[in-house]
Design a protein around this ligand. Structure first.
Ligand SMILES: C[S@@+](CC[C@H](N)C(=O)[O-])C[C@H]1O[C@@H](n2cnc3c(N)ncnc32)[C@H](O)[C@@H]1O
Length: 279
C-alpha cells in the first residue's frame, strides 16, 4: 500500500531523487504508451500523477501545438517536473490531488493520460468520475498500470528475498498502491461506474531495466536502485546488522541471475487501459 501522504513525504522524495533510473525502468513501456496516446489527435492533455514529468515532456515536445498539464500530489516530484519542463512553452506543472482537481473551464482536457499514476486513489471510482466531469465530453483516457504481482516476475522475486514475518497479513490487493489495478474486471467495473465508455485493456510485457554498467557495475546499480525505490526499499531500511547484509547479498544474487552483458532487467507485466468519456 502507498498512500497520498507517503507520496507527499518519503516516497515522493526518493522518486524525485531517482527519476533518471525510474524513467529507465519504464523505457520499453513508455514507447508503447506514447504510441497508443498519440493514435488520436488532441489539443489539451492532462498527465495524472505526472511524477517527474517524462510523459508530459515527451508529449509536449512531440505535439507543440497542444497544451500539456502535469498534475502531481508530491511537492518534490512536481518540482522535478517543473525543472524538466521549464523550457517548454506548452507544458505546465501543477501541484494537486487529481481526485479533486478542477479545470478552470476554458480548456477542458481532451486527453487524460498517466504512466502508473492512477492506482493510488483511496476511492478510485469517485476520482475517475470526477476526472471525467472535468474533461472534454469527447476526451480519451489512456493509462498504464501493473498487472497482478503473480504476473510480475520482478516483484515476485523481490518478495521472495525479503524476510517473512509470521504475523504478516495478506495485503488487500485493491488497496491504493502499485498493484491496486492488477485485476482487469475490477478496473473495468470501476471505470464503467465512473461513466467511462469503450474500456479496453492491452496487455504489455516489458523488460524493466534496473541496472546498467560495465564490469559488474550493472548489478551494483540494480542493488542500489532496489534499495532506493519500490517495495524492497522500505523493508531493507528497517533491517540492520546480519539480516540486512543477508538481504543485500540475495538482492545482489538476483541481479546476477538477471544480468545480460551490461544490463540487469526483469520481466514486468502491465496493462495499457484506454477509454472514452462518452459513447
Ligand atoms: C508510480 S509514480 C508514477 C509517476 C510518473 N507518472 C512516472 O511515470 O514516472 C505515481 C505518481 O502518482 C502521484 N500521485 C499519487 N496519488 C496522486 C493523486 N491523488 N493526485 C495526483 N498525483 C498522485 C505520486 O505523487 C507519483 O508521482
Amino acid at each position: 500500500m502507498t498512500t497520498a501522504n507517503e507520496w507527499q513525504d518519503r516516497v515522493g522524495e526518493s522518486w524525485a531523487r531517482e527519476w533518471q533510473r525510474t524513467d529507465r525502468s519504464f523505457r520499453e513501456l513508455t514507447g508503447q504508451l506514447l504510441d497508443t496516446v498519440q493514435a488520436e489527435p488532441y489539443r489539451s492533455a492532462l498527465d495524472i500523477g505526472c511524477g517527474a514529468g517524462e510523459l508530459t515532456v515527451s508529449l509536449a515536445k512531440a505535439n507543440p501545438s497542444a497544451a500539456h498539464l502535469g498534475l502531481d500530489i508530491s511537492e518534490d516530484l512536481a518540482a522535478a517536473a517543473r525543472e524538466r519542463t521549464a523550457a517548454l512553452p506548452n507544458a505546465t506543472i501543477q501541484l494537486g490531488d487529481a481526485a479533486s482537481w478542477n479545470c478552470d473551464g476554458n480548456d477542458r482536457p481532451d486527453l487524460l493520460v498517466s504512466r502508473h499514476g492512477v492506482m493510488f486513489f483511496p476511492d478510485p471510482t469517485s476520482a475517475f468520475a470526477h476526472l471525467r466531469k472535468q474533461a472534454d465530453p469527447q476526451a480519451h483516457l489512456t493509462f498504464s498500470c501493473f498487472r497482478q504481482p503473480s504476473e510480475n516476475v520482478w516483484v515476485r522475486e523481490l518478495a521472495s528475498l525479503m524476510p517473512k514475518s509470521p504475523e504478516a497479513q495478506a495485503p488487500d490487493p485493491r488497496a491504493p498502491g502499485p498493484f491496486a489495478f492488477g485485476e482487469k474486471d475490477y478496473v473495468a467495473d470501476l471505470l464503467g461506474k465512473a461513466g467511462w465508455r469503450n474500456i479496453d485493456f492491452i496487455p504489455v510485457d516489458y523488460a524493466m531495466v534496473v541496472g546498467e554498467g560495465e564490469d559488474g557495475d550493472a548489478v551494483a546499480d540494480a542493488t542500489s536502485y532496489f534499495r532506493a525505490i519500490g517495495p524492497a526499499a522500505r523493508v531493507i531500511s528497517e533491517l540492520d546488522g546480519a539480516a540486512r547484509e543477508e538481504v543485500l547479498q540475495r538482492l545482489f544474487g538476483m541481479g546476477e541471475r538477471h544480468r545480460t552483458g551490461n544490463t540487469v532487467s526483469l520481466p514486468a507485466a502491465c496493462w495499457i487501459v484506454t477509454a472514452t468519456a462518452s459513447d
